[in-house]
Design a protein around this ligand. Sequence first.
Ligand code: PMV
Length: 345
Amino acid sequence: MTPRSGDLEGLGKAVARARANVALVKYWGKRDAGLNLPIAGSISLTLDRLSAVATVSRIAPRPARAATRFCQDGVAVEGVAGERMAAFLDRVARESGVEEALLAEVQANFPVGAGLASSAAIYCAVAAAALSICGAKRSRSELSAIARVGSGSAARSAFGGFVEWRRGQRPDGRDSTAVQLLRESEWEVAMAVAITSEERKRVASRDAMTHVSATSPLFAGWADSLDADLDAMRAAIAARDLGSVGRIAEENCLRMHATCLAARPLVIFWSPTTLALIERVAGLRREGVPAYFTIDAGPQVKVLCRGPDLERVAAALAAEPGVIRVLDARPGPGVEMIEGEAPWS
Ligand code: PMV
């Protein structure tokens, strides 16, 4: 039976907020599915606007299983991978030496499971709040590795700004953690997120990743291209060279989606509006506005641009037929505690 929040009074709670991050060099392929260890590193930008707040409490007595509740914009969402989250909470409690089961209540302020990296924000916030309520002390980098076990991309939301999640070599994944490349205040870029559908995706990104890597004849070429992308992206970010960052991100994104199109059966995340937006971004560049797209496991289009151009870029995307709304985001901070002691020092 799922306990009610009212049952938990007096036991205390911890509350953490984490933001979504958008990959510029994608995580697409695993070397260990259980621990979400990637075949290569990935690089992302953490966004300020898209956040998840997790409230975690200890629920007594055991052997109660961990439980989860999800809300989006204050409305309960059913069927959001509750089992997966419960297993994750049990793991954090067990590894922290805590006897009680945990309850996580998660509020997201953007569509969940629609290709907007909601799982990154959700698992990172839950990891921080769970470690806090368990009294565990972990560095931000260790927290990143713990969040990664919930959802790979969550490793990157531990940090703000531009972030690299390193592949690591160890079979236990302890070195497969994120590091910060640039703080959120160090480069004034922005990202307009064009939402073309608020429906939950038909194929979860983790299932698509498994299927594509097992069946796509283009997958080996994708895997071979990643180290060069990572080197070039790291250098372009260090130089604050938006043109190069954007070009590498677009090429990397198109190569990832090419692996999907070649899978058997094919996986296609794009809608006609996605294609129209790719065209519109090229049009913005012809008009003299540096703007570059990237797309994840869904039809939404995320457009990287200079900070001062955000309004113009967002307006251009919003004017395309099929666009429901555009979220304007800027580089955001890493995971933070709202209530309770931070697990990191
Ligand atoms: O963390 P997951 O299992 O939801 O996978 C995320 C995969 C992509 O969003 C497509 C790419 C990425 O690096 O975020």
